[in-house]
Structure formats: C-alpha cells, structure tokens
Design a protein around this ligand. Structure first.
Ligand SMILES: [Zn+2]
Length: 327
C-alpha cells in the first residue's frame, strides 16, 4: 500500500472512533424536550442541511427557544455521511437498541443515540428517499397494550406528524414488518428477527416518548431541504418551544400499510412507474412475477416504497389503504 493511502486509511479508521455531535438549546421556562436527527442514513443530506440552518437561526437570535429544550444531531451516522452512503457497516435504522457488546459501527453509534433519545419526549427524524415522489411522514400505532408495540401517546404523535407541513401520513410499519418476516419464512429465506424492524421511532416509543420519520423528498432535490426546514420550524411552534402561530396542516391523505408484496424470486418486479402515495384502483396491476403472473391491487389503495432493485425476500412494494384513524 502506498504511504499516502496507508495514512488515509489510518485517518479514516480514526474518524470511525470520532464523537457524535449534538447541539442543544435549553429554554428558560419548562416545556417538552424535542430531539431532531439528520443523516441516520448517510446519503440523506437534507436533514443535516435543514438542521444546521435552524441551529444558525437559534444562535443568531432569529429563533428564540423559550420553553423546554431541543437537541439537534445534524449527522447521526458520521461514517455513512463521510462515505456518502446509506449505511456505514449496516443500516442504523434497523435493530436499534443498546448493546453492551457492540459488534459494528452502527452498534456503537446506536448505544449513544439510544441514550440521547431517552432524554427526550419527542423525536423528529429527517430522511429523504430514492426516486421521485411527494414528501410524507411515517407515524406509529394507535394506543394499545399489545405485544408488538404498546403505546399511549398516539394522539400527541398524530398531531405532531400532522403539523409538519407534508401532504401524506403513513402508519403500520411494524405490523408490516411482521408480515415481511412471515413471508420470508414461507419462502424458506434466512429468518429476520422482529427487532430488525426497530428504528429510531420504535425505540423512542419503547423508551416512553413518541417520534416520527419525515421523508422530505428525493435525496438530491434541493426542495427536500426546504421541506425539512419548514417541518422543524413547525414542530418548534407546535410544541411551544418558540413563540409562533400554530402551523397550518397540509395533510391530504392518511395511509394504513396493509400488505407487502414480496420478491419471491429473481425477476419479480414492480410494473409501471409508481411512486409512494400514488392511488391505485382495485384490480390494477402493481407488479409482475418472473413467470408473467400479475400481482393486482386487492382493493382501492395506495402504492408505498416501490423498489425496482428488490432481491428475493425483500419487498417489491408495499400496499396501503385509506386509514380510518382520526387525527
Ligand atoms: Zn432514510
């Protein structure tokens, strides 16, 4: 190895032990504790850009945090961010929980993120996605005392999600993950654990708070930064951390994910140019199996996360219906 490459490798390895940066503003009056995460996925730069803008506004006095506190973590996965990749060693937004014996980079980061999340009441996790589509937000289950994801704060979380300024809200993630696991078992594929479905928002609910995942738009669309910026300003107003009028909701559709269309063998693929949130009529073709058999919408509904690169055992696409949740 040439000396410069060697030095670079040493330098990079050193950075992997580098710290996680967070910036906190504490109001002088009591109030809720908010945490805002960016770049949980390293190639999703709208979060860091929007968050840094808000930090500057707080520092300059343009925004005044009066109550509670807000902690900003502009880059939650520094290794992936530095590499400009989604993941460092693995997806930080899966199987997130404290691990006394961390096995990889994301385990080490996860331990610190979990500790930070525990110090807060509400989480806004800012992401972007591949391809085209409207911004949307993932939120959690209804109040329930079930085994999968017991929860008591559905009302507060729903209002928080609805204030962000995006037109589409989606729920049903963890139930759907259970369906994906069952489908993989039917296909004799390596078993996924249910904790694999746990990301930042699931951990936050487990820890007694609530949280949502905001998908601001396409990775490289500058408009995604604006969506993220508005969303952060809106939650600061909504929670009363700043003095500002209550944000107006732009919500149009609430979707309940009810099905996963799994890639059963190589060649199974999405049919058509679907984007997340697209409406689909009953019987309309969503995907086609390698053997030519079509997969049709079981009822009127919506397309979620079409994935042209799905491998066997992964979702080609999710399907959802109009939610009956009242917000
Ligand atoms: Zn993401």
């Amino acid at each position: 190895m040439a000396k410069t490459t060697q030095n670079q490798a040493k330098h990079d390895a050193g950075l992997d032990d580098g710290p996680l940066e967070s910036v906190r503003f504490t109001g002088l009056k009591a109030g809720p504790k908010l945490i805002v995460l960016g770049a949980v996925h390293g190639n999703e730069t709208c979060g860091p850009n929007a968050i840094r803008r808000v930090i500057e506004q707080c520092r300059s006095g343009e925004l005044v945090i009066r109550r509670g506190e807000v902690t900003f973590v502009p880059v939650t996965n520094p290794k992936a961010y530095r590499q400009k990749t989604r993941e460092g060693d693995r997806n930080l937004n899966r199987d997130l929980h404290e691990k006394p014996q961390p096995a990889d980079y994301e385990d080490r980061i996860g331990n610190r993120i979990c500790a930070l999340l525990r110090q807060h009441d509400a989480l806004l996790d800012v992401h972007s996605f591949r391809g085209e589509g409207e911004p949307f937000v993932f939120f959690g289950p209804e109040n329930n005392s079930g085994e999968l994801e017991p929860f008591r704060l559905a009302k507060a979380e729903g209002a928080f999600a609805a204030c962000l300024g995006v037109p589409v809200m989606i729920h049903g993630w963890l139930d759907n993950y259970a369906r994906l696991i069952a489908a993989r078992e039917r296909l004799d594929l390596p078993r996924l654990s249910l904790t694999e479905g746990y990301g930042t928002t699931e951990y936050m609910r487990f820890a007694g708070g609530y949280g949502v995942t905001l998908e601001c738009g396409s990775h490289d669309d500058p408009a995604s930064v604006e969506v993220g910026h508005v969303a952060i300003l809106n939650v600061l107003a909504h929670l009363g951390l700043v003095d500002a009028p209550a944000p107006k909701s732009k919500l149009r559709t609430v979707i309940h994910i009810t099905e996963v269309i799994i890639c059963e063998s190589t060649g199974d693929r999405v049919e058509g140019d679907w984007k997340t949130g697209d409406a689909i009529a009953a019987g309309q073709i969503i995907a086609r199996r390698a053997n030519g058999e079509p997969v049709k919408a079981p009822s009127p509904g919506f397309i979620i996360f079409p994935n042209a690169n799905a491998k066997p055992g992964e979702g080609i696409c999710y399907f959802g219906v109009k939610s009956d949740r009242t917000l």
